[in-house]
Structure formats: C-alpha cells, structure tokens
Ligand binder design. Structure first.
Ligand SMILES: [Zn+2]
Length: 277
C-alpha cells in the first residue's frame, strides 16, 4: 500500500473538516433525531434542548445541532435554545410504535418488592448520572454494530409486561448467544459500569457532546470507568443478566439525555432505508 504523505493526510483532514456532516439519519419523531443548522460562527455555539446541552458539530462552513428527541416528547412544535442567538423552532411528527407483550415467570421482575425497589432507585440515580455526562470530544457520525447478529426493530415498542403497562423499550435488542464479544461501536471513554436490577451487567461509553451508549445484560465486563476505547475494542460479552427472557444485547444510544433509535447511527441501516427496503 502506498504510504500516505503528510500533505495527503492534511488535505484529507481538510476535506473531512470542510465537507458536509455525514450520516446520522434524521427522523423528527419521538425517539428520533433532528438536525438543526445553526449557521456560521467562529466558536462552537452552545445549544440546549429541554435544559440539556446538545451535540453541536461542524457542517460545511457552519454548525449543526444534533438533537435527540425523547420517546415521551409530544408531537408538535419544539424549541432548541441557542446561547446568544434566536431559539430555533422545529416540528416533531407523531409516530405510533407497536405494542409488545412479554411474560416473565418471576413476577418480581415486573412488580419488585420493597427491598428490590430500594436497589432500583439507587440504580436509577447512577444511570441518570451517566446519561447526563457531557464532554467536549466530537463523536463520529456513524457507528459499527456492537455485535454481529440479527437486529430486531424493537426500539420504541410500548411494553405490556405480565399484563401491566411499563416504560417503552428504549434501545435495540440484538440476538446473540452468551459469550459473544460486544465491541465499542465508536471511540469513547467508559464512564460507568454496574450490575443493575433491570439492566443486569452494564457498560456506559461517553462518545462526547452528550452522546452516551449503553450495553446491558452482559455476561462479563472487560473495561473499567476511565478506560479509553477505540472502535471495535471489546467492552464485554453478551449474557442474560438482569430482566431478560433470553440472552441478547440491549443497546441504547442517548443524545442530550434522550434515548433515540440506534438504527439512525448504523451506516448500513441508513443505506437500506434510503434504498427503500
Ligand atoms: Zn432491550
């Protein structure tokens, strides 16, 4: 292979810098992503949505906010606040997610006892803290699937567990057997690991700008908080810890503390979508 000269690589860097921002499929629905152009500015503008800092990235000569829309967002007009500039309005369309009914033999998986509820509240505080991480790193616009395997379109499903309505499904389930390696879909920093009542063994990775991914129900964890990971580095292995009906990876992608459909970040899924399949 021809070695890349210093000149070529700096031209390449320039081309990447000045080009239009790639990938991240836009979908202005609850659980989707809105791409909002913020115009030209010398410094990266600071934008917030529902009081959470938002990922702002280069787009050509200007800047663009990549806004995560929570699953619970109402359809209609929403406002992105931009420091020192006009708010930007954008419209969120309705999306009807299908209902999924699941049965757990152990009813404490659906109706935890007082002791378990105490643990769940503790888990929740730690999980919330991880989701609210915001660092200045710039995330990459596309992810590699963390596990090779059939990806279900399970994001957003309204859940009825043992006949009772529960929170919607906030991630993508990927079927794989226990022990299958789980790898980082993009570079980042491990910010938290834990063993939670519902999520089981879990790893959180911060990719920068409020983009946080998590990996649940792991059999084993191969990283520690503070570890830097590159794309493809092992985070752990698939398992069935926590509340599961079988071994799989539950993968969530969070932007500005809003869980969004991970499929919007997978290059091949975006291609499939644009090919009309
Ligand atoms: Zn799941």
């Amino acid at each position: 292979m021809r070695p890349i000269t210093k000149l070529t690589s700096s031209l390449l860097a320039l081309a990447l810098f000045a080009g239009p921002a790639a990938a991240v499929e836009e979908s202005r629905v609850p659980g989707g992503v809105a791409l909002i152009d913020l115009g030209e500015a010398a410094q990266r503008p600071e934008a917030t949505f529902r009081d959470r800092p938002v990922w702002v990235r280069r787009n050509g000569d200007g800047w663009q906010a990549v806004v995560g829309i929570p699953l619970g967002a109402e359809p209609g007009r929403h406002e992105l606040s931009v420091a020192g500039a006009e708010d930007r309005d954008f419209e969120v369309a309705d999306k009807e997610y299908p209902v999924q009914r699941l049965t757990f033999d152990d009813d404490e998986q659906v109706n935890p006892n007082a002791e378990q509820l105490k643990r769940i509240r503790r888990d929740h505080r730690e999980i919330k803290g991880a989701y609210r991480h915001f660092s200045e790193d710039s995330p990459v616009p596309t992810f590699q699937p963390p596990v090779a395997g059939p990806r279900s379109s399970s994001f957003g499903l309204k859940r009825i567990l043992n006949g009772q309505p529960r929170s919607p499904h906030s991630g993508m389930d990927i079927a794989a057997s226990t022990g299958t390696p789980v790898s980082a879909p993009a570079a980042g920093e491990v910010i938290e690991t834990g063993d939670y009542y519902f999520n089981g063994r879990t790893v959180f990775v911060d990719h920068g700008q409020g983009v946080v991914t998590l990996y649940c129900h792991l059999d084993s964890i191969a990283v520690e908080p503070g570890d830097r990971v590159a794309t493809g580095d092992r985070l752990g292995t698939v398992g069935e810890t926590g509340r599961v009906t079988g071994a799989h990876l539950h993968w969530s992608v969070s932007l500005n503390d809003a869980r969004v459909d991970p499929a919007l970040f997978l290059a091949d899924e975006a291609e499939q979508a644009s090919a009309g399949n």
